[in-house]
Design a protein around this ligand. Sequence first.
Ligand code: HEM
Length: 569
Amino acid sequence: MTIPVSVQALPPSSDRVPFFSLAATMHVVIVLMGVVALLFVSILAIKRKIFVDRVNTLPGPPGLPVLGNLIDLAGFNFEIVAAGLSFTVDYPQIFRVWVGPFPYVILNTAETVEAVLSSVHHIDKSSDYSTLHPWLRFGLVTSTGAKWHARRRLLTPTFHFRILDQFLPVFNRNTAVLAKHLAAKEGSTPFNLDRYVHLCALDTICETAMGATLGAQENGDSEYVRALKTRTCERVFLPLANLYPLAVTQRLQHRIREGHQALAVPQRHVLRVANRLVLRAGPQGSARPLTSRECRQRCSTHLMHCSVNQVIKKRKDMHTEKLVKLQETTEDGAKLRVAFLDQLLLANENGAGLSDVDIQEEVDTFMFGGHDSVGTAVTFILYSLSKNPEIQELAYQDIISIVGREIRDLSNQDLVQMKYLERVIKEGLRLYPSVPLFIRKLHTDLQLPEVNGKRMTVPPGVAVIIAPYILHRQASLWPNPERFDPDRFLPEECATRHPYAYVPFSGGPRNCIGQKYAMMEMKCMIARLLMEFKFIEAYPGYEPEVVGELILKSKNGQVLVRLQRREHQ
Ligand code: HEM
C-alpha cells in the first residue's frame, strides 16, 4: 500500500523550518543563557561567600546581613576614629568591621602595621580617597602603581634638605605675621587659635609650593581661602558619602549650611556654576541634579583649579623670560630652587614630560598635603602646651638657651639644636596625629605576624586601616597614653620601642614626602611663638572634642587658648 504523500504539498525548502522549531531553539537559547547566568551568579556568590568567610575569620564585632556594622557606626555618627577607639576595648590588636558590604580591617599593633607599611606591594590607596580625585586628580597622594612610582622618584629630590633650607626665610616671615596677629589677641579672653595658625600655614605652603604670595593672614576671607576650607572639610569614611542619604545627619546638614556661608555666594549662584560645569563635562558628565554638597565641592574645586592654573601660567611665562634664576649657585656650590613648582617646570625643561595637568595635580597635592596637616599639628601642640605649663616652660628655656631672649629670625642651626622642642612636637603628633588614619587596599594576601599566638591572613579586596590616633593610644605601647610626656621620645626610650609603634608620617615606601619640611616649619613656628607668648589653658578643664576627618579637627572648628606676652619683651 502506498502512503499518499504529496511532495508538492511541502512548502519551499527555505520556509520549511516550522515555527514551533524556531520557538524551541529560542527556548533552548534562553534556557542556556539562564543556566550560564545562574552559573555566573553562583560562582560570584561562592566567591563572595569564600571572601566573606575569610574576612570573618578575623576578630571583630558581629554584624547584620547586608548592613554589617553600619548600625554600630551610626552610633558614632560614622566617625571611624571614635568608633575604632570603642571597638579596641574588645579587640585591642586587630579587628574587622563591615561598612555595609565593604570590609575594613584595623591594625593596632606595631608588628601588623609594619607588615603593611614596609611592604612594596601594599601601597595602593583605597577607593575611599576617590572624593579627592576631582580636586587632586592623580597627584602623589592619590595616584597608584607605575604612575606613583615615577612621580615619587621625580619629586623626592624636591624635598632635599638643601632645598628646604631656602624655605626658612619664608617660615620666619610668615610666623612673624602670625605673631603680629596673635599679639592683638593677648588677654584673658579665650580665642580660636586654629584659624590663625592654619592661615599662616597656608601662606607658607603657597609661597613654597608655587612661589606666589597668597596673603591669607591679611585677608582670610579671600575666594581661594574660602574654597579651600570647603574642600578640606571632606570626611574620611568615604563609602558613606555614597550612602549619602543615610549619612545626612544633623551634623552634616549643619556643615552644608556652613559651607554655603563659607563660600558666601547665594546657593542659586552655586547651582548655576556647578550645573555649567556638569554640562561642560560632556557626555561623561552626569545629567542628574546635583546635591548641595556636590555643588559646593564642584564650585570650590573649579575656583581653586582656576587660581592655581593662573599661577602656573604666570610662572611658566617667567621661566621662558628667564626671570626666575633657577640655577643660581650658592657659595658652597649648592643649586637653589625657588619653589616646588619651579622644580617641576625645570624637570620638564630636562625632559620629564609633565603636562600642564600633571604639574597642576602635583601643585594642588602639595597645597593639600602641606597646609592643613601642619596647621592642625601646630594648633594642637600649642594647645597641649597650654594644658601643660611646666612642659611649656622647659621648651621655652630650651629655646632661649639656644637663641637668646631677643626675637630674631631662626636659623637652621638654631632649629637643629632644639632637642626638647623636637620631643614636644613628636609627643604632640602622638596624641594628635594630623592624619588620624590612612587606608590601603589589598590586591594580594596580607600575612600578618602572630597576634596573641595566632597567625592571620587578610584576603585581597579588603581595605586596611592604619589609625595613628588609635595606635598611639595603645596602652601596651604607650603607658598612661593620655598623658602629654615629651620624654617618651628620649633616645633611650625610642631605642626600646618598635619603630612602627609611632607613625604620624606613615612609614615605608609610601611615607610622607614632606616630613622634613613639616618638622622644620613646625619647629620654626612653635619656637618663635613660644619666645613671644605664654599659651594658657582657655579655662580649667577645657578640652576640644576632636573628630577624625581626612585631617584631625576639633568638632566645632575651634581650639581655644589664652595668651600672655612674655615679660622680657
Ligand atoms: C605635620 C605635618 C604632616 C603630617 C602629620 C603628614 C602626614 C602624612 C601621612 C600620614 C601620609 C601618608 C598618607 C597615606 O598613606 O595615605 C602623608 C603623605 C604625604 N604627605 Fe604628608 N604630612 C605632613 C606634612 C606634609 C607636608 C608639609 C607636605 C608637603 C609639603 C606633605 C606632603 C605629602 C605628600 C605629597 C604625601 C603623599 C606621599 C606618597 O603617597 O608618596 N605632607 N603625609
